[in-house]
Design a protein around this ligand. Structure first.
Ligand code: NAD
Length: 295
């Protein structure tokens, strides 16, 4: 059994923490929102009143937070680095900007910790089923220490490179995901206009050259994939606001590095518009409703 502090138990962190409890680890959880903490405590985790309290006895610390500022704040501002044992391995599973990831890497190394940036892919379904992909950045040593813990929450654990490489892989993956989701939605919208049944399009395209994750696993129209958020009125899943955050990160990185990403730029525009219309809380596949002109 490993003592694990889990900070940030929202849509993703909640099921991930519950899987660690199920695997027999001692989990101490903290979140600013008492509502999301409750199911994790019910599952058998201990409640902490602050990040500092959560990490005090931990052998491993996992953070699953919205964005770079939250990660900087819990690690750097009197929380994790100040209160964790030096022997603890620190893992940030949040999807954040490369500069914040590198800043936390540098501060953690300076304080003598092994730290890994380890953003995930696989969505809430993957978090619940413990089938996430972890894309890691850091030293071989940090990776080997973190791997047995990550294996309790995921099925593919990959070391992408040094500090920040996990975040780089994640933002490239999510730019591709946003583009493929919008493309998948456009195909269904066109099929609807042309009178082609959505299930027929799914059956054909999911076994043809149009096949992709956005279609086969996360179909944006209700029916063909029962576990997809489209069957729950686009509630839960991967919030549009978080997808927009990732697209802004990849666009900033594209500008800074001189990469040409016109479809990434267009995807960022469309998700900005969808969020500006007040739908930032809907799953990102809900953009089909804007493309149909319903929202
Ligand atoms: P979420 O908003 O549901 O959960 C984040 C949690 O962090 C919230 O419960 C919030 O209260 C808590 N929090 C914020 N600041 C805190 C602080 N200082 N101390 C303690 N708790 C704090 O978000 P999520 O969907 O779980 O996503 C978490 C991360 O995972 C994000 O970076 C997101 O981009 C990434 N991600 C999400 C998905 C998905 O499908 N939801 C998929 C892959 C990656």
């Amino acid at each position: 059994m490993t003592n694990i502090a889990f900070i940030g138990v929202g849509n993703m962190g909640g099921p991930m923490a519950r899987n660690l409890v199920k695997a027999g680890h001692g989990v101490t959880a903290f979140d600013l929102s008492p509502a999301v903490l409750e199911p994790v405590i019910k599952a058998g985790a201990r409640r902490a009143a602050s990040a500092a309290e959560a990490v005090r006895e931990a052998d491993a610390v996992i953070t699953m937070l919205p964005a770079g500022q939250h990660v900087r704040s819990v690690y750097l501002e009197g929380g994790i680095l100040a209160h964790a044992r030096k022997s603890a391995v620190l893992i940030d599973g949040s999807a954040i900007d490369i500069d914040s990831a590198r800043a936390v890497h540098a501060a953690a190394a300076e304080a003598g910790f092994d730290f890994l940036d380890a953003p995930v892919s696989g969505g809430v379904g993957g978090a619940e089923a413990a089938t996430l992909t972890f894309m890691c950045g850091g030293t071989d040593r940090a990776f080997e220490r973190a791997r047995p813990i990550l294996e309790q929450m995921g099925k593919r654990i990959v070391l992408a490179g040094g500090a920040g490489a996990g975040q780089t892989a994640k933002m490239c993956n999510n730019m591709l995901l946003a583009i493929s989701m919008i493309g998948t939605c456009e195909a269904f919208v066109l099929a609807e206009k042309l009178g082609l049944d959505a299930q027929k399009l799914f059956d054909i395209a999911s076994t043809s050259s149009g096949q992709c994750w956005s279609l086969s696993t996360y179909c944006p129209v209700p029916g063909p994939v029962p576990s997809a958020p489209s069957n729950r009125d686009y509630q839960g899943g991967f919030a549009t606001a978080l997808m927009l955050k990732d697209l802004k990160l990849s666009q900033a990185a594209a500008h800074a590095s001189g990469a040409t990403t016109p479809l990434g730029a267009e995807a960022a525009q469309l998700y900005s518009l969808f969020a500006a219309k007040g739908h930032g809380g809907l799953d990102f596949s809900g953009i089909i409703r804007m493309l149909r002109g319903e929202l």
